[in-house]
Design a protein. Structure first.
Ligand code: GBH
Length: 491
């Protein structure tokens, strides 16, 4: 029987956290209200309306800036104890810099946090979920080494303002996707097509910014605020296309080294720094391509030390699995680029369901393998928890989202196996996402919410989908009941 747990205990442990995730730019709207400054997504989309598939932008989004009390009610109805959300940097620092603090923006988040806490929902706050203030973007964003200081200034403001009630912080959401899509592929804002160079500068200074903030918190805030700080990485699981071919097995490893370990190793390994494989690969490629230096910058010894151990948990976003085989050149690759440096052709199994978006095919065992990979490669996670900070799937706008119900059941079931059978130290799970939102360059087309949002209504009406009811049942019972929501039989 597929769903018989061969373990004595089929519940999530007592201390396992259930939560739900959002990001400021994707839901708030109110882009120019109450003194907010512009983020690069505002500025870029106003200048390039065709950048998003539906020519939309984040001006109004789900209007959470005004409807936050509704958001809180929705979170409560899910029966979860934690809410992972992000602060819009430009809302509290309109120019990005700490010389000018926007009082109204400060009040907005203060009120939101207090209202959440009143109903026993713990906010977990991300400082950067992709919305760089425009003045810094004009200076090169994360590719400018000075951003490290300015990000620290912003973080200090946030810790001072909210650290009395916010005890879990994450610095940056998915540095890998942000640098890859934003500074390399240029399919996300800032749309800088500096593939092979910009994407590694972004990686380098984002990692250093994270470390700087972690060390500042440790020194200036932890002694009295007593909270934790971490980072959220992302990873697709990577399986060999043909599990019997040595070169496909090798390609699957290469992918994880270049796309996950490049970020994880400097922070979570015993030795620190970029993994040797990544260093050698990019150095060799750079040499062959006649660069007089490696396209991957070097950390100093002090920087390696500052980064190593700079996260109190392993935040992990996971959505889908790809099948890998080696390749020297694919049509869509730019040269140089992280894709070309990696040298791996990525495919998906056409028989896996794709209920929402093309890139996301459903393969639940991937999450179990990913968590095991992290546990096996980073021994530190025996001491710090792994938190699944995002996991979810798209739909086409229907309320009866049976595919999402099964998605959550099946991925969470694999997580249960990872916990009980593989003894992985996974301590929390955050569904992506609370409600349909602005999905970056995909605009409002893919719907990822547990709640549907009617973007055509002035009120941005929210309606629970079936998956909301199902997730609530899981969160309240701490068990997966595969029969709780039954798809009507077709006659
Ligand atoms: C997450 O990233 C984000 O953290 C979150 O903000 C977002 O809403 C969520 O995904 C759901 O999309 O269309 O082939 O160009 C997940 C990583 C990066 C996966 C962009 C999809 C687009 C692939 N995503 N990628 S493609």
């Amino acid at each position: 029987l597929k769903y018989d747990l061969r373990v004595s205990n089929n519940s999530f442990p007592e201390d396992f956290i259930f939560g739900v995730s959002t990001a400021a730019f994707q839901i708030e709207g109110a882009w120019n209200e109450d003194g907010r400054g512009e983020s690069m997504w505002d500025t870029y989309l106003h200048q390039h309306p065709n950048f998003t598939v539906d020519h939309s932008n984040g001006d109004v989004a789900a209007d959470s800036y005004h409807k936050y009390m509704d958001d809180i009610e929705m979170i409560r109805n899910l029966g979860v104890s934690h809410y992972r959300m992000s602060i819009s940097w430009s809302r509290i620092l309109p120019n990005g810099t700490d010389n000018n603090i926007n009082h109204m923006g400060v009040i907005y988040y203060r009120t939101l946090f207090e209202e959440l806490l009143k109903v026993n929902i713990t906010p977990i706050v991300t400082l950067f979920h992709w919305d760089m203030p425009t003045p810094f973007m004009d200076l090169g964003g994360w590719s400018n080494p000075k951003i490290v200081d300015y990000f620290k200034d912003y973080a200090r403001v946030a810790f001072n303002l909210y650290g009395d009630i916010i005890k879990t912080w994450t610095t940056i959401n998915e540095p890998h996707q942000h640098c890859y899509m934003g500074y390399g592929l240029s399919t996300y804002v800032p749309a800088i097509a500096s593939h092979g160079i910009g994407e590694y500068l972004c990686t380098h200074y984002i990692l250093l910014s994270h470390a700087r903030v972690y060390r500042m918190y440790e020194k200036e805030f932890r002694p009295y605020q007593k909270g934790v700080v971490g980072i959220t990485l992302d990873a697709f699981w990577s399986d060999p296309k043909d599990p019997n071919k040595a070169e496909d097995i090798e390609a699957a490893h290469w992918y994880l080294k270049m796309h996950l370990d490049m970020y994880a190793h400097p922070i979570y390994s015993d030795t620190g720094d970029y993994p040797d494989f990544v260093r050698e690969r990019i150095n060799n490629m750079s040499l062959q391509q006649n660069y007089s230096r490696s396209r991957l910058p070097y950390f100093t010894d002090e920087e390696i030390d500052a980064l190593r151990g700079s996260s109190d948990f392993f935040g992990l976003n996971h959505y889908t699995t790809y099948l890998m085989s080696p390749s020297n050149m694919e049509e869509k690759w730019k040269v140089p680029s992280i894709d070309h440096d990696t040298g791996v052709k990525m495919e998906q199994n056409p028989s896996w369901a794709r209920p929402g978006t093309e890139w996301l095919s459903v393969h639940p065992p991937g999450i179990r393998k990913l968590v095991n990979y992290v546990q096996a490669n980073y021994l530190i996670v025996k001491k710090i928890p792994i938190l699944i900070t995002e996991n979810g799937v798209g739909d086409k706008g229907q309320i009866e989202d049976y595919e999402r119900v099964s998605f959550f059941n099946d991925y969470l079931y694999q997580l249960l196996l990872a916990i009980h059978q593989d003894h992985c130290n996974v301590k929390g799970y955050f569904a992506w996402t609370l409600m349909d939102d602005f999905e970056w360059s995909d605009g409002y087309v893919p719907k990822f919410g547990l709640y549907k949002v009617d973007f055509d209504s002035p009120n941005k009406t929210r309606t629970p989908k079936l998956s909301a009811k199902n997730y609530e049942h899981i969160a309240r019972t701490r068990k997966i009941d595969f029969n709780y929501i039954q798809r009507p039989l077709l006659h």
